[in-house]
Every structure is written in C-alpha cells, then in structure tokens.
Design a protein around this ligand. Structure first.
Ligand SMILES: *Cc1c(COP(=O)(O)O)cnc(C)c1O
Length: 409
C-alpha cells in the first residue's frame, strides 16, 4: 500500500467490476490485489496459495524480483518498437529462447496471446503446404478467436458462433487409426496438445505421438504442437514434447512465456524456411517490454533449473495426492506441476472448499480439479496444498447430502 493510494474494500471492487464486466466469466467472489511468490492476497488481506497462477501464467510465481526488475528497466528504456525495425531485447530473446527448443525449431513469430499463436500457426501451415484442412483432437482446447476456436473441441465454446472456419475436423485423442482416416490430400496440419489441459489434464500415449509424427511426415502434413499451457517448464521439461521425443514442425507458446506480460509465439522448423514479407503480422508482437520480461523468465528457468524442479516436485505432488484416501477421487494424473484430480462428481464444490481452506485451484472440464502452482513453490507450500485437498474433499463429503440436493436443483 503506497501513501495516498485509496484502499478499496472487497465489496466495492466486486460491485464496480460487476457494473461493467462483460459477463463472460464465472468469477469467484474474491478480489485479488497483490501477489508474492506462490501467495496471493485478496482485498480483505486474506492469503491464498495460488495454484491457478492466472491460468498457468505465473510459473516464476508472482512479482519475481528478476522479472519485475526487467520490466521496470525496460519500461524506462524502450517500450514501443514494432517489428518494422530490429531491437536488442527481441534479438536476444529469439536467440536465448531457441537455445532451448528441440531440433531445428529456430524460426520465431512473436505475438501477444495463446490464441494468436494458434491463429498464426494455422495460417503458416496453410501457406507452407498449400493445403487448407486441419485435424484436431476431441477434448482439445486451442483458444477462442475464430481460427483457434475452429480447432477447439468443446461445443459450449463453439456453438454460439457457428459457422466457424471450414476444413477443421476432430478425432478421438490417442487414436492413431482415427487420425489416419481423417487425413486427406488437403490436410495442411494436425494440431494437438501433448497433455490436454483445459480438456481435463489428459497426457498423450507415447506410442500415439510417435506414430502421429511418422504419419504426418509420410503424408506431408505439418504437426503443430500447442504448448501454450505445457510449455516453459510446466511439465518438468522446457517443452512437454521433449518427454515424448517428438519434434513438432511448429510449436505454439503463450501463457508463461512473458512472465505475466501478455505474449505468444510460434516457433517452427528451420527446414520450413522463412515466410514472405507482409503475409502476417502484429503491432504489439515482439515488443521490447514483453521480450525483456520473457528473457528474465528464460534466465531464471535456466539458472535455477525450474524444469528440473517441476519434475521433482511434480512427482512428489502426484504421489501425495494419490495417497489421499477419498471416495470422491477417480484418478490423479499429470506431469510435472500440471496436475489434474479427476473426481466422481462435479469439481465446483471441491474448488470452493479448497478456496475456503486457502488454496486457489481451477477446473479442467466439469469433474477435474486442476493444479498449476508456480514452479518456484516451496515444498512446504506444496504439502499445504495436499493437506488442503484432503481436507476439502472431507468437507465436501460431510456436506454431501446437502450438496447432492444443491446440485440437483
Ligand atoms: C490457454 C490456452 C490457449 C489460448 O490462450 P489465450 O492466451 O487464452 O488465447 C491455447 N491453447 C492452450 C493449450 C491453452 O491452454
């Protein structure tokens, strides 16, 4: 709290926002005003362990000192600088980021969100192949702009906006025969999450991805791997495709890439070459502020081996969650610090109980509680998350009769 700053009460914030908000979000009745590391605070001063991290954005936690310093310094140096010219921060980021991308994934298009990276990848795939069709997976999520939405599976997101971009079809995830049947001589690309996030934290089978890679190569189809959620260390490797030894033709990034500053990227194989000038672009894409923030993310991830930390802590988190004895749990799955607890019922009440116990988590589909803690979370904090989960499940069991009636209404 700085001197002279007006402290708004939680109810004031909520009422003010409600007066103007789009209505598009189902919001929890709290207003967050501050964050530090794995903790966030609401306007009443109540602390929460943050396993939402703004949908998996804050992988370095909130207000990481190096990200904050990078943003502050760059804000006082140069902020507005489009790709009409070259820039030191952009040049350095492209070099430093592609140091970690597998194979010859070296060509970079920078944009401002996950959906924008998907839009760009779809356009680039059409351009590179001269074909127009795209095959995506059932339960897949790729964003909400019209192109990205065409690749997204959930009818709830799609149906109000039909017709979408033509030439998209969806096949069952982890089913190679279905994919093979769906490919035509007009298929430009297959787009896939190697661990489906929004759809419920479903990892791909290694044999499926291996087969998919071979199939795409054989048919001249580009393999787009959407790592908007799984990228940047979340799953225990810099990029989740590395777990499977699969080299995509294009990699889509977003969420954690900018350390909280909006940012997206498509990174494609050098073998595909450069694109011609003018066929795509973005005013804000590659701006020095986002690039400076992203460079700080890359540096800290490298120096502190955050992917390694995510792998180690994630294995423990999975084991500890699996040790919880609750009849409400159907399955615990995930990789690194991307974990889903699938329940035998809707996730809403468990999420609410978790919040009451001081942990913020997210749904993935209707029955999965998704945990995306920052990769810097302390082990004790992660233990607290597990404890809160066990307690929240017990809380919901205690009120089960009441709850069942509520849900029937
Ligand atoms: C969040 C997400 C997107 C969309 O990103 P936005 O920044 O919300 O547009 C796309 N793909 C995946 C896998 C995501 O998790």
């Amino acid at each position: 709290m700085r001197a002279g700053e007006h402290l708004m009460l939680m109810e004031e914030i909520i009422a003010l926002e409600e007066r103007h908000t789009s209505g598009l979000n189902v919001k929890r009745p709290i207003a967050l005003v501050r964050g530090q590391g794995a903790m966030v605070w609401d306007a009443d001063g109540r602390a929460y362990l943050d396993c939402m991290t703004g949908h998996g954005v804050a992988t370095l936690g909130h207000c990481h000192p190096e990200v904050t310093a990078a943003i502050q310094t760059q804000a006082a140096t140069l902020v507005a600088c489009s790709e009409a010219v070259y820039n030191d921060q952009r040049a350095a980021l492209m070099e430093e980021l592609t140091h970690h991308t597998p194979g010859d994934l070296k060509r970079v298009f920078l944009c401002n969100s996950g959906a924008e990276s998907i839009e760009a990848a779809i356009k680039f795939a059409r351009f590179f192949t001269g074909r127009t069709e795209v095959v995506a997976a059932m339960r897949g999520f790729h964003g909400r702009t019209l192109g990205a939405l065409s690749a997204t599976w959930n009818a709830k997101y799609r149906d109000p906006f039909l017709p979408l971009v033509p030439g998209f079809r969806h096949v069952p995830f982890n089913n190679l025969a279905a994919m093979e049947d769906a490919l035509t001589d007009q298929t430009a690309a297959v787009i896939i999450e190697v661990i489906q996030g929004e759809g419920g934290v479903h990892p791909a089978d290694p044999a499926y991805l291996e087969g998919l890679r071979a199939l795409c190569t054989e048919r001249g189809v580009l393999l787009i791997v959407d790592e908007v959620q799984t990228g940047m260390g979340r799953t225990g490797r810099w990029f989740a495709c590395e777990h499977f030894g699969v080299l995509p033709d294009m990699l889509c990034l977003g969420k954690a890439l900018g350390g909280g500053v909006p940012m997206g990227a498509v990174i494609w194989r050098e073998a595909l070459g450069k694109l011609p000038a003018g066929i795509h672009g973005s005013t804000f894409g590659g701006n020095p502020l986002a690039c400076a923030a992203s460079r700080a993310v890359v540096h800290v991830m490298e120096r502190d081996d955050l992917p390694g930390r995510a792998a180690r802590l994630g294995a423990k988190l999975l084991a500890d969650l699996r040790a919880i004895r609750s009849p409400l749990i159907r399955e615990v799955r995930g990789r690194g610090l991307m974990v889903g607890v699938e329940l035998r019922r809707r996730a809403t009440q468990v999420l609410r109980a978790l919040m009451e116990r001081g942990v913020l988590a997210m749904p993935a589909g209707s029955t999965v509680v998704r945990l995306l803690p920052p990769l810097v979370i302390a082990e004790e904090q992660l233990d607290q998350v597990v404890q809160a989960m066990a307690q929240a499940l017990a809380d919901v069991m205690d009120t089960r009769g009441e709850a069942a009636r509520e849900e029937e209404e």
